[in-house]
Design a protein around this ligand. Sequence first.
Ligand code: SF4
Length: 483
Amino acid sequence: MSFPIDTVVALLQKEVADYQVPVVDLIAAQTRDPFKVLVATILSARTKDEVTAAASRRLFKKADNAEELDQLSVAELEKLVYPVGFFRNKAKYLAALPGVLAEEFGGQVPDVVEELVKLPGVGRKTANLVVAVAFNKPAICVDTHVHRIMNLWGYVETTTPLQTEMALREKLPEQYWITINSLLVAFGQGTCKPRSPHCDRCVLAELCPQIGVKPRKTQSSSGRIGKKSSSRRFISWNVNGLRAALKKGFLDTLHELDADIFALQEIKAMPDQLPDEVKHIPGYHAYFYPARKKGYSGTAVFSRTEPRDVVYGLGKEEFDSEGRVLTLEFADFYFINIYFPNAQHGLKRIDFKQDFNNEVLRYMDRLAKKKSVVLCGDLNVAHKEIDLANPKANVKNPGFSPRERAWMDEVVQAGYVDTFRLFNQEPEQYSWWSYRFNARVKNIGWRIDYFVVDPGSRDRVQGAAIHDDILGSDHCPVSIEFT
Ligand code: SF4
């Protein structure tokens, strides 16, 4: 049976009407300005829409047109567009853009793909998007969502976005060319996600052959996606500064991940420095444990259920001034959120870290005698070679030194469970990437964020995941499903 593209597009148009409008379309609708659409499109590559929107706003305040853009230095541009992906390269492209526009195109943004691709930082995908969105001319912008979804529908059978573009030019009715990108980007971000698409609530479920798709678990009876009705989702995330994370869409991420408990490390803020919107999130009880020193360390937990008790610290002054351990006691388990110390360059702080680690293990042992223990956080150690990209080069470095790894061995030998490895034995599964050397894009990372449970609670863990598609920090969130 051939794929009913007209029916599918009609269903999708209805479906995505309430979804967030892709940022480039938004800028086109608001400004009707090809220059701004071009700049926003260049910024948007490998960047979340909210980050692109904020960077575009900052940039357009300073440079409303090509002449004003020409006045900004690369350093100024870097500052304005940070933290979009590849911000240094993009700043260079933007700095070169006015010159090329003036020399080759009389200062005007061209409206054909073959000319647009001559501009710095503009590939075929960007060019097609600019033609379609800024000039409303037939062009098919094939980004990762269009390429992926068209193939899983079986509408095309291709291996590269360029092949997909060419196949769609042959096959897709021209009336859909301009809008197909916006439609599938919105749909790909909201429902047909690259990892675990929501087939269980998809309007196309009856029509879609789901070629090569691994759908997420079916919707639970409680109406929440991806969880068994009896399980609770716990998330742990080192946000590397909660105030910075808030500017990068932290609250949207919190709601999207739909966790029962959301634990944060390295909040780097006192509660009085935080806005009410994060101190009083509807539906959550919030607990903050800042370090005494401003802008350093600190933990926080948001919980849907009010705990019976909250314990701040380990009861040892030398550790507790850094706000590293926050424990919530519930009826049937303890939830311990910890930001473990870094052993630091030259392993200068390794003795402090080992003392801390040993104290934590004693603490877990004490609590595990009473009820289940769920410990999460940034443990600041990759346990095994599989847990980092370059083990050989890091054997003497903090986070992978023999003493730190030996402590993890001790934890595991005591029966505690590294929950992620219950479900996933694959390499290249990381939760932290250096901000340098494009490490995240190249996936040169470390798995140093964990959920650990006591030996008796192994069977209560129904799933574990690393959410490496979520940006906003140099770490990504990790999670478990716990019954
Ligand atoms: S049924 Fe699943 S794979 Fe198919 S379009 Fe919907 S979410 Fe995507």
